[in-house]
Structure formats: structure tokens, C-alpha cells
Design a protein around this ligand. Structure first.
Ligand SMILES: [Zn+2]
Length: 384
């Protein structure tokens, strides 16, 4: 119905999920084997993960530990943000470097719904938003969008097709809120200026532009009866402004996540699965932001390094399961050699490379055995 796709819509469409999903139990050994094929040395690889703080952590980390033979360094902030100020300490922990970034989204297999997760440790196995942090960030924007959907009306006055817009949405002096691209929606004069044809107590009416009429497609005008714009308020017609205080640097409350999502937010709030789309966007922005910081990091100079970014889909556990059946959808990778040469891989190239790797890993450790050995090891006295 709506044909114009902007760069945001197009770049989001490039993130494929179908045909690109790996069960974690398959992804991690394949990824390990790919690293070894690049010359990484078994026992000298220091993996790191940049995951959110919740269910996205457990099962993937157990598998990373099992296949890489050591517990991964923590490069993650809530929401799947990479703590790029930890590159230096990470670099000191190993010879060959691996960083896995993943934003995450919950998935309920019974309803095929993205964005929720059954948390077994709550009193009645409650379903709650996942990622909870992304949900908290989106709430304000979704409220603003819902207000606009309910307070913009379409109607006719004789032959004129009109749009009536609440004054709050027309106030250009607001510091925050949803702002319409009015010039795309209503008729403008030869100077590009808009003029209401009727001023009401709390709203103004304009003639709709021919461009917007075309976008409305098969919309049924019903004379003077006012109809809410509803879902016809598509992302090409608005943007958000929000004051984001970047001086807040507290680890759990920084606003990197919100900054990453701000410009694509019209596409996120209008998506049938906002939490899924937000996680995809965050992965895309974090890869682009982080690979540049890695390339500049002094501590990584002269080291082999793979940075892979993707999406963790946390499938709510079934009865009898302890962990989510997490799947990984790779988005892109940065590969650096000891001479500091590097290349990046786009999604399909990366999926093809992983598919070609074996899922057998002869180097994997037996975690139960390792835990048992630690339990029966001779006590070491610590002298203070
Ligand atoms: Zn989360």
C-alpha cells in the first residue's frame, strides 16, 4: 500500500532471519572451528561476550566456555551494548581474541510471538517482555505514537479531503515528542508553507496532499464522519525528538541503547514485532560502532581477532527444560590478522562460512568433569 522505502526501511530489510538461524549448540562449535581455520591457536583464544544481563547470558555462555575451553570475558552492558572501554583489559587476557555481540529478543513458541519470555523462576512462570530493557526504552515512543494515531482524523468537507491534527502534535516548540513531516501530509503553497483551512479549539484541519492521498490507497472516505488515522500513520510521515542525556555513564543506565534506536524508531514502533526490530537495529548499529573502536584499540594491535555481531532469539523453555533454546542469527563479522590487516563479512557471506564448518569440536571440554576436578583438588591455603 505504501511504496516509499527510505534508507532505514531498506537497511532493516537486509537483516535476514529465515535461513540464517543457528541453534547455539551448533553455532558455537562451528564458530570455534572457523576461528581455528583462521589460524587461532587452541588454548590461547580468549573469548568475550557482549550480551544483555538476563536469559541471553546463561546457555550461550555455558556453550562458549565448553567449546573455547575458558570462561568468556564480559564485554556487555544491558540491552546488548558493547562496553568498548573494556577492549584494553580484554586484550591482556589472551593471545588470540574473540568478541561475540548479541542483542536479544524473547520468543514464545506457543503463540509465535516475539518479545516475551517465560521466566521459570517467577512465582507463576510469568511471561514478561524480553528484552526488558529494550521494552522499557520503547514504551515512551509507543505511547507517543498511540496518541498520534488516536488524535489525527481523516474526513471530507464537500470535495475537500481533510486531515485534522491535534494542536500538541503541531507544536514545533516542543523539546520532545512525535513530530509529523507535515509537508508530506498536507497541501503546501508555492513557498512550501502549510495553511490550515479551519482552526478548531484543540486541533487544525488541512487539505491532504496528493502524495498522502496516493499513500492512503484504498482508504474509504466517509463524508464528514471523522475516522482516526490509526495504522495509516506510517514511518515515512513522522520522526521523534527526545533529549538523551549522554552524560549519564552509569553502566546499567547509560542511554547508548536509546541513542542507537532513536532515528529508526518510526519503523520500530510501527513494526508488528517492535522488540525484534529494535534488537536487529541495535545489533546493526553496535557492529558498525564497535568495529571502528576495535580497529583503533592499541591493545589489539598485532593480534588475531574476530568480532561477530548478531541476534540471540531466546525461545521460552518447555516443561523439563532449564534453559532457553537460544538461536543465533549472525549479522556481520570483522576479522583481523597479526599484521593488522582486516576484512569484514556481510550477513550472507558469514552464514555461508559458518555453514561450511564442522559442528564437531575435538577441543571441547567436559564441564562436569572440570567441575568435579575442582571440587576434589587439593586445598590451597591462602596466607593473609
Ligand atoms: Zn535484555
Amino acid at each position: 500500500m505504501y511504496s516509499s522505502i527510505t534508507s532505514f526501511g531498506a537497511s532493516l530489510a537486509d537483516f535476514q532471519i529465515n535461513g540464517a538461524m543457528f541453534r547455539y549448540s551448533i553455532f558455537v562449535p562451528k564458530f570455534y572451528n572457523w576461528c581455528k581455520s583462521l589460524g587461532f591457536e587452541a588454548g590461547k583464544i580468549m573469548p568475550s561476550r557482549a550480551f544483555c544481563s538476563d536469559e541471553s547470558q546463561g546457555y550461550p555462555i555455558i556453550l562458549i566456555t565448553k567449546h573455547f575451553g575458558t570462561f568468556p570475558f564480559n564485554h556487555g552492558r544491558v540491552g546488548g551494548i558493547v562496553a568498548t572501554d573494556r577492549h584494553g583489559p580484554h586484550a591482556e587476557h589472551g593471545q588470540d581474541m574473540v568478541i561475540i555481540q548479541a542483542s536479544h529478543v524473547g520468543y514464545d513458541d506457543s503463540s509465535h510471538h516475539f518479545g516475551c519470555y517465560k521466566r521459570l523462576q517467577t512465582s507463576s512462570h510469568d511471561n514478561s517482555p524480553s528484552c526488558g530493557k529494550v521494552h522499557a526504552v520503547l514504551s515512551w515512543y509507543i505511547n507517543e505514537y498511540n496518541f498520534a494515531k488516536d488524535n489525527i482524523y481523516l474526513s471530507q468537507n464537500g470535495k475537500d479531503r481533510l486531515i485534522t491534527i491535534d494542536n500538541q502534535l503541531l507544536n514545533e516548540n516542543r523539546e520532545e515528542g512525535l513530530f509529523l513531516h507535515l509537508e508530506r501530509i498536507v497541501e503546501v503553497d508555492e513557498n512550501g508553507e502549510t495553511h490550515p483551512i479551519k482552526t478548531l479549539s484543540t486541533a487544525k484541519s488541512y487539505r491532504v496532499s496528493s502524495r498522502f492521498q496516493k499513500m492512503l490507497g484504498d482508504f474509504e472516505w466517509q463524508g464528514s464522519k471523522r475516522q482516526k488515522i490509526g495504522d495509516r500513520l506510517v514511518p515515512e510521515l513522522f520522526q521523534f525528538k527526545r533529549i538523551i542525556d549522554e552524560t549519564i555513564t552509569d553502566m546499567e543506565n547509560d542511554r547508548f541503547l536509546e541513542k542507537n534506536l532513536l532515528n529508526p524508531m518510526p519503523w520500530i514502533v510501527t513494526s508488528p514485532a517492535p522488540l525484534l526490530m529494535a534488537a536487529q537495529v541495535n545489533t546493526q548499529v553496535e557492529f558498525d560502532r564497535t568495529f571502528r573502536t576495535i580497529a583503533k584499540e592499541h591493545g589489539y594491535r598485532g593480534k588475531k581477532l574476530v568480532f561477530i555481531a548478531g541476534l540471540n532469539i531466546d525461545i521460552s523453555p518447555q516443561p523439563g527444560q532449564l534453559f532457553p533454546l537460544t538461536k543465533f542469527v549472525p549479522w556481520a563479522a570483522y576479522v583481523q590478522d597479526r599484521d593488522d590487516s582486516f576484512f569484514t563479512l556481510e550477513q550472507q557471506e558469514l552464514v555461508d562460512i559458518l555453514n561450511r564448518q564442522s559442528s564437531e569440536n575435538a577441543d571441547q571440554i567436559d564441564l562436569e568433569d572440570a567441575i568435579h576436578k575442582m571440587g576434589v583438588a587439593k586445598e590451597v591455603k591462602v596466607f593473609v
